[in-house]
Design a protein around this ligand. Structure first.
Ligand code: SAH
Length: 220
């Protein structure tokens, strides 16, 4: 059954359908990802002043000098995850919570970590209000959820640019699990890493992107 969401109008639903059409035209093929993105009210994950731009394919500012990733990046990373319902997913970089909501819409069991306190608090509240059932944490996701370890994960999604693949984060994957992570300093190349055995990993690279950096340590 579809939910009625306060502040989600006929006009927003129309803009959302157009966004999904564009994503399909740009090469996104996974219809379950597109259907999930057609449900999530992206405009509610940013400042109301940005409402008119909220379904454009562009990254937009959120609090703490961070950005909500552009829809194509969210669709691309989500498609690479090849998610199945009930998979346990760790997201590093909750930010606005938009990507988190897309993962919830795909029925994943989501653990999401954010290092900026302001974003963590605001986004946790918003996700609860919209009834997205994600587990949000304040902390440094560089090594996984260090002090609160829910590993192993079926999937790990990093939504900030890492200068190298954090080895400890890789070890939090299940055997057969996948990590999607943008790697690089100024620009990042998307990496998809399969943990093929206890000590073996297979990496494929695909596409260049630009993300805010993955930083070490928590911000209070
Ligand atoms: N998926 C989010 C992306 C936000 S930008 C969205 O679309 O809104 C990336 C986020 O990663 C920022 O909020 C930043 O504060 C956070 N981040 C950077 N390094 C981190 C780390 N080591 N641990 C947790 N979060 C981190």
């Amino acid at each position: 059954m579809k939910r009625t969401i306060e502040g989600d109008t006929y006009r927003h639903r129309g803009m959302r359908a157009n966004m999904c059409k564009e994503l399909r035209a740009m090469g996104i093929k996974d219809e379950t990802v597109l259907a999930a993105m057609n449900e999530v009210p992206r405009h509610l994950f940013m400042d109301p002043g940005l409402d008119a731009l909220s379904y454009n394919n562009q990254a937009l500012p959120i609090a703490c000098g961070q950005t909500i990733s552009r829809p194509m990046t969210v669709a691309y990373q989500t498609e690479l995850l090849e998610l199945q319902p009930m998979m346990k997913v760790l997201e590093v970089g909750t930010g606005s919570g938009y990507q988190t909501a897309v993962l919830c819409e795909l029925k994943a069991r989501v653990y999401s970590v954010e290092r900026q306190k302001e974003l963590f608090s605001k986004t946790k509240k918003l996700l609860e209000k919209l009834r997205y059932n994600a587990n949000c944490f304040l902390g440094d996701g560089y090594n996984g959820l260090a002090e609160m370890d829910y590993s192993p994960y079926d999937r790990i999604l990093v939504t900030c640019g890492a200068s190298e693949v954090p080895q400890q984060l890789l070890s939090k994957l299940k055997i057969g699990g996948l990590m999607v992570i943008p790697v690089g300093d100024e620009h990042q190349t998307m990496h998809r890493i399969l943990r093929s055995g206890p000590d073996s990993y297979e990496t494929s690279t695909c596409g260049d992107f630009q993300f805010v950096p993955m930083l070490k340590g928590r911000q209070f």
